[in-house]
Design a protein around this ligand. Sequence first.
Ligand SMILES: NC(=O)c1ccc[n+]([C@@H]2O[C@H](COP(=O)([O-])OP(=O)(O)OC[C@H]3O[C@@H](n4cnc5c(N)ncnc54)[C@H](OP(=O)(O)O)[C@@H]3O)[C@@H](O)[C@H]2O)c1
Length: 337
Amino acid sequence: MEQRALGADVRVGAVGLGCAGMSGAYGSSADEEGGIATLRSALDAGITFIDTADHYGMGHNETLIGRALRPALRERAVVSVKFGALFGVDGRVHGVNARPDAVANFLGYSLQRLGTDYVDIYRPARLDPAVPIEDTVGAIAEMVRKGYVRGIGLSEVGAETIRRAHAVHPITDVQIEYSLFSRGVEDEILPTCRELGIGVTAYGVLAQGMLTGTWRPSADAARHRGHLPRFAAGNVETNLALVERLRRIATARGVTVAQLAIAWVLAQGRAHRDVVALAGVSRPGRIAETARAAELALSEDDLDAIEQAVPRGAVAGERYAPALLALLDSERTEGAR
Ligand SMILES: NC(=O)c1ccc[n+]([C@@H]2O[C@H](COP(=O)([O-])OP(=O)(O)OC[C@H]3O[C@@H](n4cnc5c(N)ncnc54)[C@H](OP(=O)(O)O)[C@@H]3O)[C@@H](O)[C@H]2O)c1
């Protein structure tokens, strides 16, 4: 698979694997063995960036990845871990803790669950508004010096935070939502990362499943995605109509809508080779389709047709509900879409 650069030192396949669905995100019914098979198939297909968070399945996801990689496959994977999101016993997000003294604590638990003695890229899941980013990054840098972490990443932060963090320690990548439906990063965040030599790991490239052309509204779907504004009644109709426009282009190219959506994100980083498209996949049968998206070269005509089908801002609804949107430093400096 084509390689992309994250910061000065990390090279990974252009398509990465998001693992949240293996631990129940969006009500995925994927079983544990299916998750392990997905991870191993991904590595075989050249998908080497493996993304998780300590809160995915409240630790279940890291344990699963540890099982899948142990012992022989660890060195083939670039494991990215987010930490610091705080949840209540009700399962709801309550905030974030990225204080320096919390970093070693969170990291110790992650290393234990992953069954490894280092994390490739460690990042706060969100900016902690109570803690200067310099302090959080300084604490992770200490873990780099001790050999527990190889690179430092960020997640959903704005350009100013990126600059401040990078001044303390080189940042490997910024993980942020970027898709045909979410293009706010194009204004300031992507140019800032490019200027500083920082990679972008784009998540939500399939718009939580909408940009696959296979998602359909149902009572079950509403239960698991009802909290996402773009899936809410009144918005979902507009968004599914956009997907149908994409389907026509995908069909003409002989590819799936999911492949077109992934290839569009990769095309945004083609010249600089600094954007990785993270696809959330939890079934091994989908890996071949996902990996092949990296081989789909879109021409200028293709990109124009896609732009006309889904112009920036055409999507209906914000990317998160208001309470979660308020946690995003990235939304303080960028347009919502
Ligand atoms: N940094 C952050 O703040 C942040 C936030 C959210 C997510 N992430 C990361 O990004 C990853 C993915 O992002 P996302 O969760 O927003 O979702 P996404 O990648 O936009 O979409 C995932 C959904 O698409 C489905 N899907 C994938 N490939 C498909 C295909 N070929 N055909 C039909 N359906 C397909 C998946 O189903 P199955 O699961 O059933 O395969 C899943 O329901 C997460 O796993 C996580 O690692 C990061």
